[in-house]
Design a protein around this ligand. Sequence first.
Ligand code: AOS
Ligand code: ZN
Ligand code: ZN
Ligand code: ZN
Length: 426
Amino acid sequence: MIDQQLVQEHNERLVTGVEDDFAALSVKLARVGVDADAMVARAKGFAVALPSWGLGTGGTRFARFPGPGEPRNIFEKVSDCAVVHQLGAATPTISLHIPWDTPSDPSELLGFATERDMAFDAMNSNTFQDQLDQPHSYKYGSLSSADKGAREQAIAHNIEVIELGQKLGSSALTVWVGDGSNFPGQQDFTRTFERYLESTKSVYQALPDDWKMLLEHKIFEPAFYSTVIQDWGSSYLAATEIGQRCACLVDLGHHAPNVNIEMIVARLAQFGKLGGFHFNDSKYGDDDLDSGSINPYQLFLVFNELVNLEMSGRPFSPFYMLDQSHNVTDPIESLIYSAAEVQRAFVKASLIDREALAAFQDDNDPMMAQATLKAAYNLDVEPILQMARYQSGGAIDPVIAYRASGYRAQCGIDRPAAKTLSSGIV
Ligand code: AOS
Ligand code: ZN
Ligand code: ZN
Ligand code: ZN
């Protein structure tokens, strides 16, 4: 990890300015009855999980351009995650992808993570690609495959992921499958969905009582004509059929262009089936760009719904994770920055005057209703985020502190990369 002394010196240089900005913002917020310290406490309580696969440079189907000092195994990934959390103070957990990051000794990995104050979040299974030595191929599907052997293999894999997760202190399984078809007529929609339901029900039977199973839908890709769980409707139907502890996971990049994602969030929340999120941003498809980099207002509107749900008093504990592919940035920097963007949306959404908003809605006053949202969105809450990081022992400006630490350069020395021309694939 980074020498805490360095972080402290960084903070000492900046803290007076932050205190001034925070004092000014506190006065401003007090005028509308908001306690800035309470907002700092809320920001400090916010957490989003890091994806174990997000620490290396991603890639596209065309190429991958690795950076220096990339983590070569799950231990190095956990080390990098610990740095992200040390500086950004918003990412205390890691979401593992199996088998990409299967530990040979789970208790050793748990110990390694615990020493660094990191814990494990939802587990991600992978039946969208074949592994060496696996008897059945997923070329034509996994949990919904017409091939019984492939289905059974996919079920067994998911159960193994649950069992591994139990050893690591996780409490959720996220299931995303690429199952679908590329040609009209290739698959019977109904029979395929029936097979998917039957398989996921078998996985659910192995789910511990205190676990959640999260179904992640995606409109297309890798299948380009039809996808089994292509939308929130299919996801909701499946989650409802499967059982009470099964819920839907919303990845922001998995929708048709212009879809009103925040309304999907509201619908799922209203009927108790909102299980979690994969945060990222996109302009065209499942671009997996950094959260808030393209459409921060949408992110804010999603959090408006989430804060609404929280305030409603209904049971609320969705799993949050960043699901991004970092192609041109240092993944550590992107993850630090993205987590703060998600946290920013959360804080801004917490500032919405909900009583006033409800009154404008009931008065049919669209101008003032949207202005109420914008009043919160347009506030610069950076001093709240800075104060939260400072009080949590993180860095006031985490990306600057990270660069000054020379961590990446040191990794470049400690983790010599194998000389291969690596190609493609996220
Ligand atoms: C795929 O598009 C999904 O976003 C999944 O969450 C997937 O498991 C993850 O992105 C790793 O590839
Ligand atoms: Zn995802
Ligand atoms: Zn995706
Ligand atoms: Zn994505």
